[in-house]
Write a protein that binds this ligand. Structure first.
Ligand code: 5GP
Ligand code: MG
Length: 181
């Protein structure tokens, strides 16, 4: 099938460095006490771990890092629209959510349903001061009023295209490509 690389290894590295700086700029008071990252499994969690290291260097302190695992399941109720609903699998949030700025991190933003489920999961644990969203790629086609605060790359795609995200930790290479499926 047709594949076009849109971010190579260096682009991905530079993009994450830029997003880390943007997080610090947008949250000038940021310390380990009022900021935290929450990655969405699996590749969002890998990216969150990288941002965690970069922010540790910038802030000279370690901020909390958590993750949520959200999977799509067939919605047998046969609602109109998408036949799959996001379901929370597991969470690892072993820090105090209350009053914090939580930055959710994912690889690709599409309809927004996964992020909505992640926000709900976080609110089950406490009351954050605010929730922000960082994504490596925004491919459009939103079905909910959700927009990212930090975007690696806007990738307007057709519904028949997919964004392939590869990360070294899982795939042996850092790369973002658009693939016609
Ligand atoms: P949404 O819930 O916004 O419809 O979809 C976002 C979630 O599905 C993200 O966790 C993302 O990993 C995955 N996803 C949706 N579309 C794509 C895509 O084109 N490529 C990849 N790699 N993941 C996608
Ligand atoms: Mg995902």
């Amino acid at each position: 099938s047709d594949t076009k690389v849109v971010l190579d290894h260096d682009d991905v590295r530079r993009t994450l460095v830029r997003i880390a700086h943007e997080i610090v700029e947008k949250n000038p008071q940021a310390t380990a006490d009022d900021l935290a990252l929450v990655g969405i499994q699996r590749r969002g969690a890998v990216l969150a771990a990288r941002l965690h290291r970069l922010l540790g260097d910038l802030l000279e302190t370690e901020i909390p890092l958590g993750e949520v695992d959200i999977a799509f399941y067939r919605d047998d109720l046969g609602r109109a629209g998408r036949a799959e609903a996001p379901v929370l699998h597991s969470t690892k949030l072993d820090f105090d959510i209350d009053g914090r700025t939580i930055v959710i991190v994912d690889d690709v933003l599409f309809t927004g349903r996964t992020v909505r489920a992640a926000i709900e999961a976080i609110f089950d644990y406490g009351r954050p001061a605010r929730v922000q969203l960082a994504v490596l790629a925004d491919r459009g086609h939103r079905e909910l009023p959700i927009r990212p605060d930090y975007v690696g790359k806007n990738l307007p795609t057709s519904r028949s295209e997919r964004v392939d995200v590869r990360v070294t930790e899982l795939d042996g290479v850092d790369e973002v490509a658009i693939r016609e499926q």
